[in-house]
Each structure stands twice: as C-alpha cells, then as structure tokens.
Design a binder for this molecule. Structure first.
Ligand SMILES: NC(=O)C1=CN([C@@H]2O[C@H](COP(=O)(O)OP(=O)(O)OC[C@H]3O[C@@H](n4cnc5c(N)ncnc54)[C@H](OP(=O)(O)O)[C@@H]3O)[C@@H](O)[C@H]2O)[C@@H](O)CC1
Ligand SMILES: [K+]
Length: 591
C-alpha cells in the first residue's frame, strides 16, 4: 500500500487493521534501533487513564488502580503504566496472574510504591510469597476479584498480541469473574463509545484480554473495556465484531511504523472510499446509461419488501428500476413509486429475494417469485466441466441475493453474486453448503465469530458475502487469488428494524448498476461497492435517526487534538425513514 504523505498515512493507520504477525514485523526495526516502545506504550496508557479519571472528576491522588498483569510484555506495559500512576499519587496494586512478571517493569513498579498480589502458588516473583496452599490460592483469587471490583480503574494487562486461544487458568477464571463469559458485549449503544459512568473504569492495554486478536471472535471469557489503548497499529479485534464491541473507546498510539509495504488484514470504509463508488451523472447520460436495476423482490405474502427495495434502489442514483413480482406487489410498487417499470428488460444489476419466502416458509414452495429467482440464479452457477457456461456466468451483471433467495443459491457461483445474510441466515446457508458430516453451526456461533463464517461462505460458494450487523462484514475476492475483508461501521443501532435489509438490498443493487459494467470485468471491485452500499445505508440511517452513534468509531490518535464529537443519541426510525434520507447521504458523500 503506497502511502504518499503524512495525512494519508494516518488515515490508513486509523482505518486499517493488521494481523499480529504483521504488527510484529513492523515493530522489529524499531526495537532493533532501541526505541523504548514499552515505555512509550505505558506513558500513553497512563495519560489516557488520567484523562478518563479527570472526566469522572476523580483526582488521581484518590484513585485506587488495579493492574491485572500477565507474564508477558503486555503485563510489562501494565506495570510501567501502573508505576506512572503511582508516581502521580494513585494507590496501585498489581495482580500477578502468571508465574512471573516483566522484570524491569516489575522493578519500576515496586520502586514507585506499587503493591503486588500473587495468585499462582508456583510463581517466582522476587519478594513475593509463593508456595501457598490451594485453599489460600482460592482466597487470594477471591480477594483479587473483590479488590478489582472496588477499584476506580482496572488496567487490563493480562494478554496482548501474544494471546493464543481462549484465556485459560487463572487469567480465564479472573476474566470470567470480573468480565464476561459466554455472552456478547451488551450495553446501550452510545455516541463516541462513551464510557459508562460505572466504576471501575476498565482500560485495556493493547487489546482486551480474552478476545480473538486476529479474528474479532470471543473464544471464551473476556474483559470488556471502557477504553482500549492500542500500540503501533490497529489489530483486527478493534474493528471486527463482536470483539470490537468490547474495546470501548480506542486510542491508537502511533509508533511511526512503516506501513508502506504492509498489507492490512481488514479495512474499515470511510466516506472518501465510498465516494469512489458513486457514478456522477454525465452530460450525455440517459436513464439507461446511468444503470437499470432489476428487482425480483416481495411476494403476495410480503409485498412491503418490494416497495422498500424498489424505492431504495430508485433513490440510490439509478437511472431506472424494473420490477418483477405478483400482481398485488406490482400495484403497490407502482403506487409507491410511479417511476418504476414493470416486467422484464435489460438491466445492469439484479436484486432478488428480499421479502420472498424461503423454502422453510409455509408459502415458500409454491411462490412464483422463487421459480423466477431459481432460473435466474442458474445463469450465475459455475460448473466443473462446462467452460462455455462458465464464460457466460462470468459475463452476467452483478446480482444481490437476499433473504428468501439464499436457499436457491447454486453451490459455486461467480464473485459478482453478493449474498446479504444476517447471522441466522448465514448459519442456515453454511449448514446447507457444508452438508451432512460437518457439525451444524448455530446462529449464536456465527454471532460469536462472524468473520470466520463469512470467510467460510465465500470460500464455499465463491460469492461475495455481506454479513449484516452493527459492523457489516464484506468478504470477497482481492483480485490476486486471495480474500479482501472490508468492514462498514457507519450504521447507528437504531437501524436494527424491520425492512432495513430490504432497503440495503435495493441500495446495493443500484450502486452495482451504476458501475458501467466494471464489476463483471473486475470482480475485485465487488467487495468495495458492497461495503460502500453498507456505509451509505448506515449514513442514511444516521441522518434519519439524527444519531451520532455508530457501530464503529474512528479511534483517537494519541497526542493529537481530539475533534469535538457530537453526542446525539438520536431517535427510533422505520426503514422508510432511511430511504427518505438517502438523498442527503449522497449530498454528504459527494461534497
Ligand atoms: N514487542 C515489544 O517490545 C512491545 C510489545 N508491546 C506489548 O507487548 C504485547 C505482546 O507481548 P508478548 O509477545 O510478550 O505477549 P503477551 O500479549 O504479553 O502474551 C503472552 C503472555 O500471555 C500468556 N498467554 C497467552 N495466551 C494465553 C491464554 N490463552 N490464556 C492465558 N494466558 C495466555 C502467556 O503465557 P504462557 O503461554 O507463556 O504460559 C504469556 O505470559 C503487546 O500486545 C503489547 O502490549 C508494547 O509494549 C510495545 C512494545
Ligand atoms: K490486555
């Protein structure tokens, strides 16, 4: 990735996340040059902690701070940060969860007046008691939990990027007692990831302990944070849900990593990125050249989805919308959108399945829409032996496969097919594709590790996958034989409402129709346009609900002035309100 100037570099740093291996490669040259990264990390953590205490009107001299310190460098960060807070007058206790502590950091901590409570009887930490009985170990653990709970601040320094798998042993028990075990992060969605006023404030060092650092999963007990101070570069867990929901407000400490040659693991969309997907009208344009969207959506049973998808597509910069569906839905579409054209004709993209019953639905089997969709989707199927049919499939216009069409998806398809499931629908899709012999995956499992599920669906089908959520995950081809992961976190939580998905499907269809056929020629653009649709949908929802809250907030950059952040929570909306706000969203994106 070529990052030509400083502003571009910072933008890339804030909106890209890198795997732990890449982060270690990027920090290597600095460590070799003797740059004191750990001290820099610790100072930043102490400063962020003090400013949080300040926000709560808690003087540092009165603050009780608990450092949950692991045996690795993450624990070292915590101990140095604890030492700085102790030097400022705080009363700081470190709970040693492993058998050792980072030596120099431990010395600095003790020198600053910090106290240490050891939990592992086999620990070997200078000046600390060990070899105690199992009974005493239990008492110490209980005391540690109580002490942490009654603190003003907990610095979570158990594990950082060296974490492997679910937290085990004492760290796991402590996380289950102080944090969460088995549930997704569950708190009101506030603007700017505002910390709750409840004490203790939890500050995660680098990453919250217990989350899947490289995939955003929650493999076991974890400690949700009010704030995370992360070093050098964003890790996937700070962007990918549900771990990203456990990070609270994120501050990135720029170590000056050279990111020119680093390939991000996952990127977050921003408005600049999205505007590339918007085709501005041209002087010589007519309605056809601006892109026509064909919709096979809605059904006799669910006609409303036809209206929502048609109106959303028409508002999203399409030249024209064609609608195919049952008489009742046709009548309703025409009265809601007189501009719609009924019946078949040339289109630049398709949207199928929104508001169409699936096979499991009681009206599913005999719904005529399903017959039309199944026939259309056959044109997108890839066959092992038939090159001619494959060439025809590769030349098809892009298509959005939503809701009731998902169970009609052929096994292997071309990448300009975008499937748009929510977690439950993705679980059903994966179980059908994986077939018997592979353990069935539940909606809850998809929710606990949505990225893995989206990657799996892309791998199995070849389709581009857009998994809906407060942070929407898009997985598609990167053009070099690999996967591209793009996220959109623009939507406020108010958008979790009936019909919201139908609106997204229509918007995505329209954005794909206006790409002048480029998506068919270059499938690597498909995930970009899919993420752009999710972002524009989220932005329209934010405008409609007058909400500053979003699924993902851009991290603060340590040492740089914090932009004043508005804090309107906003108000409830219905899907129709989102459509009404699309023009204003475009206005913002094009400006
Ligand atoms: N490189 C640098 O100089 C800089 C690094 N920096 C900081 O260092 C961090 C990386 O440090 P790291 O590599 O030492 O690993 P770290 O995250 O402390 O984890 C290792 C410890 O965790 C334990 N552990 C692992 N898995 C576990 C599990 N499932 N359940 C329970 N325990 C588990 C593991 O135990 P073990 O497996 O050895 O028994 C070991 O004790 C990085 O995130 C950043 O904060 C910054 O200061 C900037 C400069
Ligand atoms: K941590």
């Amino acid at each position: 990735m070529d990052v030509s100037n400083d502003a571009d570099r910072l933008q890339t740093l804030l909106y890209s996340s890198y795997s732990t291996d890449t982060v270690r490669q990027m920090e290597r040259p600095l460590l070799d040059d003797g740059v004191p990264l750990m001290r820099m990390a610790a100072s930043a953590t102490a400063q962020v902690t003090m400013s949080l205490l300040d926000d709560e009107d808690l003087p540092i001299e009165n603050a009780r701070v608990t450092v949950l310190a692991g045996a690795g460098n993450n624990g070292g960060d915590g101990l140095y940060a604890g030492a700085e807070l102790a030097n400022e007058g705080a009363q700081v206790t470190a709970i040693a969860v492993g058998r050792s502590l980072h030596e120099e950091a431990f010395r600095a901590f003790v020198h600053a007046g910090g106290r240490v409570l050891v939990l592992d009887s086999a620990a070997d930490i200078p000046g600390c008691t060990s070899g105690f009985s199992a009974g005493e170990a239990g008492e110490r653990l209980q005391a540690a939990v109580e002490y942490a709970r009654s603190s003003h601040v907990v610095l979570d320094a158990m594990t950082g990027i060296g974490a492997a798998g679910a937290l085990r042993g004492i760290a796991g028990t402590l996380a289950a007692s102080i944090g969460v075990d088995g549930d997704l992060p569950d708190k009101p969605a506030l603007p700017d990831n505002e910390p709750s006023a409840d004490l203790p404030l939890v500050v995660a060092i680098d990453v919250p302990s217990g989350v899947g650092v490289d995939d955003g999963s929650l493999p076991g007990p974890y400690i949700p944070a009010d704030a995370t101070v992360t070093f050098g570069a964003m890790k996937p867990c700070a962007m990918v849900p549900p771990a990203s929901y456990a990070c609270g407000r994120v501050t990135l400490v720029d170590f000056g990593f050279d990111i020119d040659d680093a390939v991000p693991f996952a990127e977050m969309t921003d408005g600049d990125f999205v505007s590339d997907s918007i085709r501005l009208p041209r002087l010589a344009d007519g309605k056809y050249s601006r892109g026509v969207v064909g919709l096979v959506t809605g059904s006799a049973r669910y006609p409303g989805a036809a209206i929502l998808s048609a109106r959303a597509a028409a508002r999203t910069n399409a030249g024209m919308v064609r609608y195919l569906g049952p008489q009742r839905a046709q009548d309703m579409v025409l009265s809601a959108l007189p501009e719609a054209v009924l019946g078949k004709g040339r289109v630049e993209s398709w949207v199928v399945g929104s508001g169409v019953p699936s096979a499991g639905d009681e009206t599913g089997e005999d719904d005529a829409q399903r017959v039309t969709i199944a026939a259309l989707l056959e044109h997108y199927a890839l066959h092992e032996t038939d090159d001619e049919m494959n060439a025809r499939a590769l030349a098809m216009p892009p298509i959005v496969v939503d809701a009731g069409a998902l169970d009609l998806l052929p096994n292997r398809v071309v990448p300009q097919v975008v499937v748009t499931p929510h977690a439950g629908e993705l679980a059903v899709l994966l179980n059908r594709l994986d077939g018997d012999g592979v353990e069935a995956v539940s909606r809850q499992q998809v929710e606990a590790n949505p990225l893995r599920s989206a990657l799996r669906a892309h791998e199995l089908t070849g389709a581009t996958v857009l998994l809906k959520g407060a942070v929407t995950i898009v997985v598609g081809p990167d053009g070099d034989g690999g996967d591209r992961i793009i996220l959109s976190g623009r939507a406020p939580a108010w958008m979790a409402t009936a019909g919201s998905g139908d609106v997204l499907a229509g918007m995505l269809g329209a954005l794909m129709a206006q790409q002048d056929g480029l998506l068919t020629d270059d499938p690597a653009l498909v995930p970009e346009v899919a993420a752009a649709a999710a972002y524009t949908h989220g932005l329209a929802g934010a405008i409609a609900s007058k909400s500053e809250q979003r699924g993902w907030c851009c991290p603060r950059l340590y040492g740089h002035a914090t932009r004043h952040s508005a804090n309107a929570i906003g108000h409830p909306i219905v899907a129709t309100d989102v459509i009404a706000a699309i023009p204003q969203a475009f206005d913002e994106l094009i400006r």
